[in-house]
Design a protein around this ligand. Sequence first.
Ligand code: FAD
Length: 513
Amino acid sequence: MQAHLNKPWDVIVIGGGATGMGVALDAAVRGFDTLLLEQSDFAQGTSSRSTKLIHGGVRYLAQGDILLVYEALQERGIVLKNAPYITGNQEFVVPVYSWGDLAMYGAGLKFYDFLARSLSLGRSEVIGRKKVLEKLPLLRQEGLKGGIVYRDGQFDDARMTIAMAHSCTDHGAIVLNHFRVTRLVKKNGKTISGAVTVDGVTGHEYTVEARVVINATGIFTDEIIRMDRPAAKPNIRPSQGVHIVLDGSFLESRSAVMIPKTDDGRVLFAIPWMGKVVVGTTDTPVNVITNEPVAMDEEIGFILRNAGKYMIRQPGRKDILSVFAGLRPLAADPDNPDTTREISRRHKITLSSSGLLSVYGGKWTFYRRMAEETIDKAAAAGLLESRPCGTKDLCLVSLNGAGKESRFSVYGKGAEEIENLVSTNPGSGEKLHPAFPWTRAECIWMCRNEMPVTLEDMLARRTRALFLNARASLDLAPAVAAVMAEELGWDSGTVENQLATYRNLAENYLSNW
Ligand SMILES: Cc1cc2nc3c(=O)[nH]c(=O)nc-3n(C[C@H](O)[C@H](O)[C@H](O)COP(=O)(O)OP(=O)(O)OC[C@H]3O[C@@H](n4cnc5c(N)ncnc54)[C@H](O)[C@@H]3O)c2cc1C
């Protein structure tokens, strides 16, 4: 490992979420020697806690930010094209309870289609009450006038990050999880020339050098900026967003619901995802920056109350299978801190006088564009030579060889290897737990190919068990730990520790019912 790290790099990326992984991929595809360092696990932060939409952002249209929506819709088209199997085309229904709203939202969503142009996922249409109820049989009927159907992209955010990590390594980059950056290194005390990083497993410290260091640490952006300039003003205004996960029977539909206006004027989604329904989100300014945010009681209450207004089967706390919170790394004006709703969802890319490039804010949907702009900026500043971006047509999930689709297609070229594992040991194709689709063969393959270090890495992000059903994930945990023990050489003490740590973590996803 040390020999690998010692090489002088062209690019070091700090942060392995959507933004950092996107930047590392862009740099690697342009042929730069790239190292990515993630303090926890890939996508452990905000990037595994999104609403799971690849979208233009219908609500930004209402706010008049047409350029943002247009650009995001173009990126939506690119992401969906480049990541089949992980992304999908999702139908949404906006139920409407007044004729005025029907006309207004209908026109707005037609404009949304228009902005997507050739990358449209299907035309939106105004539909009558009867058709709304055919699509959403469990929707509250009283006062319903009709609805609008439109389409957006949906995906598995953590799986997408892992697919990007595979693609990074395919293009020669090294991506390391559980490597925290603790200091920046400066040449002559002036120009940034590298970073100091600590291996979270062994505790070893390494100094790594690069032509450019890129800070893509989301809500931790200011922490890295202050390693460069200790007195820097804050650039990030964190805002917490919570989702609850309910059983699919609360929606009984393949269509998602979009409620344009809740109690606080925000949009609320109820989206079918992996057999369950994800409902959210909230937007609560917070001051504590942590990599494991916890849903507040009021946030859960807000979601249940607002969702309950539209659902015939009223969800209660006891129905929540999992609750997860994420912190939006909103790009604030350092001289004018603002409330989060008014802060732009746009990203920012800054270059300090000592050469630290920071990229933050934005959306998952925009990760590729953010990465392209970041590497372009490094080139414009003379930190790297100018080379064309190659990610627009870069397929992230290809099936290799014959390209035969299978139930394991989300793993791209790994699908064939998992099929082979199943055929040599048919029992390994069985589900590990009845509540989840994952098999022993997939877990073995993930251990061998996807760098899980902790039990949480497997249960929260390689599989999504923690997010889908926190309680059932506790029952699944021993079986996954047993696979990890076999594959990673864990002794019984390690297995016990991992199970105990995971039980503590899962408490945060169980709400307090
Ligand atoms: C509730 C919610 C819903 C959302 N829904 C959507 C959606 O549906 N669609 C959409 O397009 N966008 C959505 N977003 C926005 C999107 O999720 C974020 O913009 C995106 O995930 C941010 O990614 P990031 O890589 O910048 O941050 P993160 O994912 O937080 O990654 C930063 C990484 O840096 C690492 N790090 C920090 N410090 C160090 C260090 N010292 N050394 C090494 N590593 C370090 C962290 O561990 C972390 O993994 C949503 C956001 C929230 C909060």
